[in-house]
Design a protein around this ligand. Structure first.
Ligand code: TEU
Ligand code: CA
Length: 538
């Protein structure tokens, strides 16, 4: 396990549309990423996961792929991609692609062929049910709202789409289809791609007749085959987005013998502030958050590997979501770094997280681009919900909060582009940007940088056993990591009040290797975070 590069490296997620625009069309691109490799090298990351850059009509920002083997012209071309691979390699940075294997775009040639009828070999690459117009096969709901079935008049049939109507779901029961996907993956590996993030990979085994459930244990058959036919052959990294995984079955998804995936994301905490509808607002229960991580840490120890994540392109910004993005912006942003990068597992940080970027909080629906938010708006208006209420939910939950362009400096358009970007810049770019934080040794950016360094310096961050501490305090997330030689004690005050923690004196002889306040007081201040270290004498 230790020989795998991904266990000690931190991975950085780029949302290509919003990272850096090199040719001033308002959309981020591959040359933009190349121009920021020095920045990423300096941050210390070991890999870049790029959200999809393949050819796509962009109905779901690239998660609707019309050609898996080519680059979308908005991002550049194959020469740009090859240049990225080789320039990143010079800096020892690995490139990780985002594979969307559960669906294609309706503009993919397979689907265009499939529409020609049952005799066409590609018809069975997708999921169909017979049915009259307005008589849906069943009540299955798409993740973006509305029915998951779309009627095709010429065939008098419905196709299944778990997400947008422009994202028909692939039929994984078809072996020919699977073989095609594997060959495509292997071609990317041969080009120099080091790993893959697997979009909603558990949904490849689904029962669309039973409310679209993920089918266990059948899903493991597909995962084993996929892994054997592709990643295992070349020791490529794979990280699964598996919403149905929990701390009990996670060790099966990503066991250490390499027969499944390299790791899966912990995602259970991502829905803690979700009501029945994704957009309903619910407060975070900190003990529950702590419990989820503790269980993953203990259940996976020496059995499996995981990827720890607090932000990505689908969720609001962490400081706005569960921290404080005004009064304690700096402290709370650093506390999240302190937690995330101290856990067992590969940390995935999302562009802008390292400078504490915040939610956009736009009041006007016209500012939003994401189909999920737009669908929610339309459906809620139809249901008669108050506009203010709808906008409050969108401001808090919209995926666009995380998709605003990266804030590089305080120039117009934040150094992202010289023209108005595809999605507005967050107005706070004058205060929150890379350039100013590079100059300040106490910045959030430098805290992330130090944490990334610490993970490389002390093995205990990688292999230390996890033990929860001080869990009698509801708002303290503290834990120990211990291996044969070293011990770290990670302390976090997950609240805005001072908390006196009995027993913390026990660590007074330890070295403090990182801290978001100047010195230790008699109690923990709002969002205070630190790490004690010592070498064990056995
Ligand atoms: O997201 C998977 C997924 O289940 C989403 O519905 C997620 O729960 C939602 O975005 C939360 O609001 C992946 C991608 O990360 C996402 O960007 C895509 O839209 C989706 O798959 C479809 O490919
Ligand atoms: Ca561009």
């Amino acid at each position: 396990m230790k020989n795998n590069w991904w266990t000690s490296e931190t991975i950085y997620q780029i949302y290509p549309k919003s990272f850096r625009d090199s040719n001033n069309d308002g959309i981020g691109d591959i040359q933009g990423i190349i121009s920021k490799l020095d920045y990423l090298e300096n941050l210390g990351i070991g890999g870049i996961w790029m959200s999809p850059i393949f050819k796509s009509p962009q109905a779901d920002n690239g998660y609707d792929i019309s050609d898996y083997e080519d680059i979308d012209p908005i991002f550049g071309n194959m020469d740009d991609f090859d240049e990225l691979i080789s320039k990143a390699k010079e800096k020892n940075i690995k490139i990780i692609l985002d594979l969307v294997l559960s669906h294609t775009s309706d503009e993919h040639p397979w689907f265009i062929e499939a529409l020609k009828g049952e005799d066409n070999k590609y018809h069975d690459y997708f999921i169909w049910r017979k049915g009259e117009k307005d008589n849906l096969p069943n009540g299955a709901i798409s993740a973006f709202g509305g029915s998951a079935w779309e009627y095709v008049e010429s065939l008098n049939k419905y196709y299944f789409h778990e997400f947008h109507t422009k994202q028909p779901s692939l039929n994984w029961e078809n072996p020919d289809m699977r073989k095609n996907l594997y060959a495509m993956i292997n071609r990317w590996i041969k080009k120099g791609v080091a790993g893959f993030r697997l979009d909603v990979i558990d949904t490849v085994a689904k029962n669309v007749d039973k409310g679209n459930m993920v089918v266990y244990p059948d899903v493991y058959k597909y995962i084993d085959e996929l892994s054997q036919e592709t990643f295992q052959r070349y020791n490529a990294m794979s990280v699964g987005e598996v919403w149905s995984a929990n701390y009990d079955n996670a060790p099966i998804w990503a066991n250490l013998d390499g027969s499944k995936l390299s790791m899966i994301f912990t995602l259970q905490h991502m829905i803690l502030d979700q009501g029945e509808n994704k957009f309903d607002i619910k407060n975070l229960n900190v003990p529950k958050f702590r419990e989820i991580f503790s269980k993953w840490q203990s259940n996976l120890y020496s059995k499996a590997w995981q990827a720890n994540v607090l932000e990505n392109h689908d969720v609001p910004r962490i400081v706005s979501r569960w921290g404080n993005d005004t009064k304690y912006h700096d402290e709370s942003a650093k506390m999240f770094a302190n937690i995330q990068l101290s856990l067992m597992g590969t940390p995935f940080i999302y562009q802008g997280q390292e400078i504490g970027m915040t939610n956009a909080y736009w009041n006007d629906i016209d500012n939003y681009d994401d189909i999920e938010s737009l669908n929610y708006y339309r459906e809620s208006i139809e249901k008669g919900m108050e506009k203010d209420e709808i906008m409050k939910n969108i401001k808090t939950k919209s995926r666009d909060n995380a998709r605003t362009p990266m804030q590089w400096n305080d120039s117009k358009y934040a150094g992202f582009s010289n023209v108005k970007p595809w999605l507005n810049i967050n107005e706070n770019y004058l205060n929150i940007n890379v350039e100013s934080q590079l100059k300040d040794k106490n910045s959030i950016l430098n805290y992330y940088k130090q944490m990334i360094e610490l993970r490389k310096k002390y093995e205990v961050f990688i292999d230390g056993k996890f033990e929860i501490l001080f869990d009698e305090y509801d708002k303290i997330f503290a834990f120990k990591r211990l291996n044969d030689n070293e011990e770290i004690i990670i302390i976090n005050n997950f609240s805005e009040v001072n908390i006196e923690v009995n027993g913390i004196e026990a660590f007074k002889d330890y070295e403090i290797i990182i801290h978001n306040y100047d010195s230790l007081g008699n109690f923990l201040r709002p969002y205070e975070a630190l790490i004690f270290y010592r070498k064990c004498r056995l």
